[in-house]
Design a protein around this ligand. Structure first.
Ligand code: STX
Length: 315
């Protein structure tokens, strides 16, 4: 089993104005002369905690992390205007140009895998490799499974807490019911919904539950951005058209070296999606971790990801 690299500080960080409204926070860490790799975080709305740096050999990689529109240290916080998949794809290009990088490896898990597919299929020439985890293609069946019916059968206890803020007569469409509350002008209503939404995901992310994750996801600042931005993207079907466009456009990236790491017991992004991607893209290395759920910090997933970043650093 591979362990994390030691904690480190960035050697550069700053803000990049990407539109009249949005400014994103980015950082660089590791070796300034190393191979460039960009990390696309999950959610959307999850931001980049510092331990993400530890998946990358600091001698070999020049790691670029940034907080997507509206989350982490990006501003304005929890903003939904001008916040779409294609805005984020454009931001990634702006950041690449800002840092004078010709090509980079793209690393993304969960929503980060969705965004990695959207970005690489739009700008394949900029991508030297793809490291994807917990595949999520944001199709209706995936949204339905997690927010309406499916995951509820496996975590009925956590589900009870998730449905609590929603009156019984609105529970046949949880996404719409949550969206209404998450965009309410009343901060109390917004926050109650945001916490319940976020804790649902934290409660179901790992094979073995993690109390700390629930604590972090339940804080007001994190929950408000995470829940609002996720719900906004999901109610808008990820701004993807047709809904399976990421699967249909695999031909655009087929030639790019890639690895897919998937937990067998991922309840947030069930393995069916990773399997469908694998079937459509058999050139990509496919690794199933037999004893893990969704989280990148579970031992098998962590180890698989570090093996992948080490391998890509050496080729
Ligand atoms: N959302 C899946 C996702 O992208 C449906 C995700 N789940 N947890 C996370 O992201 C973080 C741990 C990155 C917040």
């Amino acid at each position: 089993m591979r362990e994390l690299y030691p904690p480190r500080e960035p050697y550069n960080s700053g803000y990049l104005k990407v539109s009249d409204l949005h400014t994103i926070h980015f950082e660089e860490s590791g070796n300034p002369q190393g191979k460039p790799i960009v990390l696309l975080h999950g959610g959307p709305g999850g931001g980049c905690p510092p331990f993400y740096r530890q998946y990358f050999d600091p001698e070999k990689w020049r790691l670029i992390m940034f907080d997507q529109r509206g989350c982490g240290q990006s501003k304005p916080h929890a903003e939904l205007q001008e916040n779409t998949t294609w805005d984020l794809v454009n931001d990634i290009e702006k950041l690449r140009e800002h840092l004078s990088i010709e090509q980079w490896v793209v690393f993304g898990g969960s929503w980060g895998s969705t965004l990695s597919l959207a970005y690489s299929q739009t700008h394949p020439d900029r991508c030297k490799g793809l490291i994807l985890r917990g595949i999520f293609m944001l199709r209706q069946k995936e949204i339905r499974w997690f927010y309406q019916e499916g995951a509820s059968y496996i975590f009925p206890d956590a589900w009870e807490e998730y449905v609590k803020p929603i009156p019984i007569n609105e529970r046949d469409d949880m996404l719409t019911a949550y969206y209404k509350r998450l965009t309410s002008p009343d901060a109390q209503i917004r926050l109650e919904a945001a916490r319940a939404w976020s804790i649902w995901e934290a409660s179901t992310s790992r094979l073995f539950p993690d109390f700390d994750l629930k604590q972090r996801f339940g804080t007001d600042v994190f929950a408000e951005a995470f829940a609002r931005i996720e719900c906004h993207y999901f109610i808008n079907k990820g701004f993807l058209e047709p809904e399976d466009q990421l699967l249909l456009n695999v031909d655009r990236i087929r030639h790019i070296p890639a690895v897919i790491v998937q937990g067998r017991y991922d309840v947030v992004c069930p393995m069916m999606s990773a399997w469908e991607l694998h079937r459509a893209w058999e050139e990509a290395e496919f690794i199933v971790v037999p004893d893990a759920g969704h989280s990148m910090s579970e031992p098998g997933i962590r180890s698989g990801l570090i093996e992948a970043t080490d391998k890509f650093a050496n080729c």
